[in-house]
Structures are given as structure tokens and as C-alpha cells.
Ligand binder design. Sequence first.
Ligand code: HEC
Length: 331
Amino acid sequence: MRNLIPSYIRVPLVFFAIAALIEYFVDSGDQPAFIEQPVILLFLLLVLLFLIAIEGIVGTMDNILYQSLDEEGRARYDAQRRAPSKFSLWIQNIYKKLRGGKPIEEEAEIILDHNYDGIKELDNNLPPWWLYGFYATIIFAAVYLARYHIFNAEDQFDEYEIEYAEANRAIEEYKKTAKNLVDVNTVEVLTEAADLNAGKKIFEVNCVACHMADGGGGIGPNLTDEHWILGGGIKNVFRTISEGGRDGKGMVAWKNSLKPIEMAQVASYVLQFQGTTPANPKEAEGDIWVDESEDTSDATETEESSSEDSSNETEENATEIVEETQTVASN
Ligand code: HEC
């Protein structure tokens, strides 16, 4: 057995077999096991040392045995030693068979009878490795031709389309289970009753103290009118809830206590207040918010009217009004 496989093959073979077994049995996710758990690296190092040590010990024992042999025994041992290992004989045999060709002593049998300035030609058979490889390509080509050009099996383009559709389906599926992933860029108004009810509950627990149960406002601004200090629409409202209002105003960043989906739910619920009439409405604050997707002509109109409103409220001081209209114009 020892003579069958030389030690420079035996040691790595056993070593990598053990490493592969560890990799297979240790659950290490995407990473190789020995990176995930460096202890394994240490263990593998020990295994390697151990294997080398065994080789060394066996070698030494062999040597001691040899020393204890008499002349005759040593001669027999040496003869056995010098014979090439069965493994390398086997490899050599396969190599010879695959290469084909005649040994140099028999070349006379296959020499062709022409002679160009002393250069002669041998009529060798094709090397078997080449010949069988060639037959294999012919079979492959026939199967390929039948499969893709006669029976029209799925080619790469079809496979791409199918995988693409599958991936899209998987994404949809994932989005359904992972609503938690919303952020300010992806948030959309939720319309399902379950979401709005959840939003209502969150609002009642966290927000009524400052915004009132009907959104009429108190410490916080009125949420039922079209005026927004920090911008209307689902994205702005989500951002205000997530990041909080201006410093010192009292609206904290809720992202620390609410999950993204909860903020999306309560934001959608807040938008439901639009157009309702609360019991004690707080006066409007901020500007009328217009969705950018609407016509720009509409936007300038409403902006003008809102600036008129606010200028009525201010004192009838001519210079102030001029200043304000100037800033509006520059806007
Ligand atoms: C401690 C009082 C307080 C609580 C509680 C509170 N808010 Fe506010 N909220 C405010 C104040 C004050 C503002 C105005 C912030 C500013 O002017 O920058 C505000 C602003 C807002 C705005 C923006 C209004 C606008 O005109 O732009 C929204 C939306 C809002 N709050 C939603 C909520 C929600 C949802 C909750 C519950 C999760 C909540 N608030 C809890 C005080 C509060």
C-alpha cells in the first residue's frame, strides 16, 4: 500500500479530503469555513503537521527495520524498493496507451518508401486520445444540432428571459414579505385597510399629544389642511416623521422608535386627514404644497395666492410688502 501511492501525493490527498469534509459539514454561509471560524484553520494546520509527522515516523521505523535486517534481507528489501511504484507504473501505462504509436524499435514496419533528401516518413496511427476526442466532438455536434436546430430547445436567450422573469417574480415575492425595506425614496402611499388601521394605532399612541386625534393640531401643526411646513406628499411626510422637524420645534425623529413600515403606515394615515374638518383646527402654517408632477403654471398660481394670504396677515407696512414680493419674484 505504501508503495502504491508516493507520500507527496498521499499527504496532500488526505489533507484536502479532510478540509473538504470540514467545509461540507461546517455551516459557514457564503464564506469558506476556515475564514468564518479561524479555529478551523488552526485545526487544519495541526492535521497537516500530524500527517507529515506520521510519514516521518513510519519512514524512521522503516529505516530501523532496515538496519536490523541481515545482508540477504537488505538485498531483497532494496530490490523491492528500487522497483517503480505500482502507481507510477499505472500512470505510465495509461500514458503509453493514450499516446499510441510504435516503439522506436518497430518503426521499420511503418516507414513509407519515399525519401526526400534523407527525410523519411512514418505511417503512424492517429494517437488514440486525439481520435477519441474527435469522435466525441462529432457526437456532440450531432446532439447539439438535433437539440437546438431541429427540436428547438431553449437557447441562451430563452434561458435568460426565463431566469429574468423568475427573478422578477422572486423580487415581487420578497417585497411582499419585506415591507420593512421602505425608505424615503421607495415609500408609496399605502391604501390597504390593514396598513391604515395600523397607522391609526401608531398615530393614537405616539402623535395625538401634539397633533390631536383628528389631526387638527396643537403643539404640532394642523395636518388636515393643504399647508405644509416641511412639505406634503408621502415622501416628505415620511421624511419628516423619520428625521423629525426643525430643531427645537418638538417633532422628534421617529426612526429610532418606529420601524420603516410603521412610519410608512402612519404617514399614509396622516395623509388621510387631508380635506377633513377637525374640531379645533390650528391655523395654517407653511406653504401650500404642490406635487412636482402637476403643471408648473398651477404651482406658480398657488404660490402667488399663498403669498397674498401671508402678506394680508402682516402689518400694513409698505416696505415689508415690497420686500416680500421681491423675494417671491426672485423665487
Ligand atoms: C412633542 C410633540 C409632537 C409629537 C409627539 C409629534 N409631533 Fe409631529 N410635529 C410636531 C411639531 C412641533 C411639528 C412642526 C415641526 C417644525 O416646524 O419643524 C411637527 C410636524 C409634523 C409633520 C409635518 C407637518 C408640516 O406641516 O410639514 C408631520 C407630518 C408630523 N409632525 C407627523 C407626526 C407623526 C406621524 C407623529 C407621531 C409618530 C408626530 N408627528 C408626533 C410635534 C409633534
